[in-house]
Write a protein that binds this ligand. Structure first.
Ligand code: AKB
Length: 316
């Protein structure tokens, strides 16, 4: 059967770039972008686009049948910071959307499923440095609780119903094309926009808040790689730890200063500080590296250079 891909939440930060990359690899017609509202022209004009509500089983099923979809990437979610403002809505969206696609896979309507988890599954009692794959997990945000519960359900559907679901615990993802929406790691993107537009940035995390981060291209590579890996090599069916680099607001500011010497950073932490404090500082992703040969390519210098180059062009 020919591979046909549906991306739910295609207009979001990761969904946009994942759709464009998968269209490059598989052909435009084979990748259906879907979201609750229309996204950028680049996305809607480069291949099929459907309005789909991730919480509505029938609307997903209709699209799957219309395009004979085989693989689904569920990228719709409410992230950590927004989730704390709307806890009921975050739980409803994050869990209902997951059950919809898990059940579609269980019913044999699709063959393979990707669902992103996050470093938010970890909490204040988790070891902070080199956080292992299997460890104490007591998440303190609604987003983290939904991701941890989701991981358990993915493994359950794999064990009980043979559902081919694959998942990664994303760190903060840095990109320039589409803005992120409501995460705690968003500062690491805002800082580049403000450095170019204003020459100054007030960070909502304090200067020593070290968090695991990754450039978008690495995250997309990892996502496509785990989906292309032979099923027997995907040994973890909850979610894999995934890592690239870790840095603090002060470190990223210093890196930006090497290109924009007049750049100034101030610190004024808000409610997101407590979320950041509850997360790991660095992640042990050796299982991803050994099971399916994961390797990252972007360090802080390369991320900073790529962000500045692209945003300077964008704002020209
Ligand atoms: C967030 O900050 O909520 C997300 C994440 C780490 O999952 N970027």
């Amino acid at each position: 059967m020919k591979k046909r891909i549906l991306i739910i939440g295609a207009c979001g930060q990761i969904g946009t770039e994942l759709t464009l990359k998968l269209r490059k690899i598989n052909g435009e017609k084979a990748v259906i972008a879907a979201d609750i509202r229309k996204g950028s022209k680049e996305l809607t004009k480069s291949g099929p686009f459907e309005i789909v509500n991730a919480m509505d089983y029938d609307s997903i099923l209709k699209t799957i049948e219309k395009y004979k979809v085989t693989d689904v990437y569920l990228m719709a979610a409410m992230l950590s910071a927004t989730g704390e403002k709307y806890p009921d809505k975050a739980w409803e969206l994050n869990m209902n959307s997951l059950f919809n696609v898990l059940n579609l896979a269980k019913e044999g309507k699709i063959k393979k499923l990707f669902w992103p988890s996050s470093i938010a599954v970890f909490g204040p009692t988790t070891p902070k440095e080199n956080t292992p794959q299997e460890t104490v997990m007591e998440p303190s945000t609604v987003y983290g609780i939904s991701k941890q519960a989701g991981e358990r359900w993915c493994e359950y559907y794999f064990n009980k119903y043979n559902v081919d679901v694959r998942s990664l615990r994303y760190p903060g993802i840095i990109s320039w094309k589409t803005n992120p929406g409501g995460g705690t790691t968003d500062y690491a993107i805002e800082i580049f926009h403000k450095a170019i537009l204003k020459g100054t940035y007030t960070s909502f995390l304090n200067k020593n808040s070290k968090l695991p981060m990754m450039y978008m291209d690495d995250a997309i590579d990892a996502t496509i790689k785990i989906m292309d890996t032979a099923a027997e090599k995907v040994k973890i069916r909850s979610s894999y730890n995934l890592a690239a680099i870790s840095f603090t607001p002060e470190e990223i500011a210093n890196e930006i200063k090497t290109k924009i010497p007049a750049f100034k950073i101030k610190y004024h932490s808000d409610f997101r500080q407590a979320i950041a404090d509850s997360w790991p500082k660095s992640i042990d992703d050796s299982r991803a590296r050994s099971d399916w040969d994961w390797q990252h390519k972007y360090n802080l210098k390369k991320i900073s250079q790529t962000m500045l180059d692209n945003l300077i062009l964008k704002y020209k």
